[in-house]
Write a protein of this length. Structure first.
Length: 331
């Protein structure tokens, strides 16, 4: 097994959470069963010897599952898991102890647990392979969330009524914004995403939603986008900039022709609650906005002009979902 990056280890830990939760539960069951089997032991409703043997066998399976990821199970009670890694050129073990809310500690290989230190505040860049895998995992059910369509409509509505010759839809997902952009009668739309699963879902819908085949689908990196300098009249990015970082804003400025328009959305900082796996791929160089002014400042600092921001609030079952919808112009 190779070395983990910090984001890779955090994503792997998030995937292991159900395994670890079951391991903790079975560990307690096995301890209670073992105590009941001793001479004079207190009876338990959990069963007897067959149940104890079954618990032990399942515990062995779960521990093997952990080890197969490349992580090292160093402690059983409490659980202690190490992820081999390299930090600033030094071989280290990223260290998770049962009860830790996230993977935030490391120690040098030669020092052991006594040398445990907190990880630096900076977040290592996640590999696109890991990020693509996470989005592949949600692609099949992505369109069940109708909120994506509302965000896409708001982004397209803010671009204006002039038909753009070329639209770039960055991190297109299942193509919701790309399909919405067709009502502007563009010459063409290039929709890109790092997730093959997302692109496959989009292509499956294209026969119905894009009979004129104006959209080109491409599995590609978002930064830099596969567009030449000043090669697009409009850029869309729905609900993804917070996974791309500030570099994406600079790349959109490069890709847009003078006078070209960008539309993107961002979650509100205080309401952003990603799962641990997705939190691990959020870059540290873009501060999520808390107010409309914060959102506008992000676009202005990147070099855009004519910045407008609207807050979109949508009631969804027992909660209100909110994002900032930002539009701006490339000078």
């Amino acid at each position: 097994m190779g070395l983990f990056t910090v984001p890779e280890a955090r994503a792997e830990l998030a995937r292991l959470r159900p395994v670890l939760d079951e391991l903790v539960r079975l560990r307690a069951d096995a301890a209670e069963l073992a105590a009941s089997l001793r001479p004079g032991g207190r009876e338990t409703s959990l069963g007897g010897m067959p149940e104890w043997k079954a618990a032990q066998a399942r515990l062995d399976d779960l521990m093997t599952t952990v080890q197969r990821t490349g992580a090292e199970l160093k402690g059983f009670a409490p659980l202690l898991i190490d992820f081999p890694a390299e930090l600033d050129g030094v071989d280290v073990l990223l260290c998770w102890l049962e009860g830790d809310p996230e993977l935030s500690w490391y120690h040098r290989v030669d020092l052991g647990f006594a040398g445990r230190r907190r990880l630096p505040d900076r977040v290592s860049v996640v590999s696109e392979e890991i990020a693509a895998g996470l989005f592949d995992g949600i692609a099949a059910h992505y369109d069940e969330d109708t909120f994506h369509g509302l965000v896409a409509d708001a982004l397209v509505d803010g671009l204006g009524r002039t038909a753009p010759e070329r639209v770039l839809d960055v991190a297109t997902g299942t193509g919701v914004a790309a399909f919405a952009a067709l009502r502007l009668e563009p010459g063409e739309v290039l929709a890109i995403d790092i997730s093959p699963g997302m692109i496959a879902q989009a292509e499956a819908k294209a026969a119905t939603h894009d009979p004129g085949k104006r959209i080109t689908w491409q599995v590609a990196s978002a930064v830099p986008s596969p567009v030449e300098d000043e090669g697009a009249d409009a850029v869309l990015c729905a609900s993804s900039l917070h996974f791309l970082g500030a570099a994406a804003l600079r790349d959109w400025l490069r890709a847009l022709r003078p006078g070209g328009r960008v539309g993107f959305s961002l979650p509100i900082a205080s309401a952003f609650r990603p799962s641990e796996a997705f939190a691990a791929i959020v870059p540290a160089d873009l501060k999520l906005p808390e107010t409309e002014d914060d959102a506008a400042e992000l676009a202005a600092e990147a070099g855009f002009t004519e910045v407008t921001v609207k807050r979109l609030d949508v009631e969804s079952e027992d909660r209100v979902r909110s994002v900032f919808v930002v539009h701006a112009t490339r000078p």
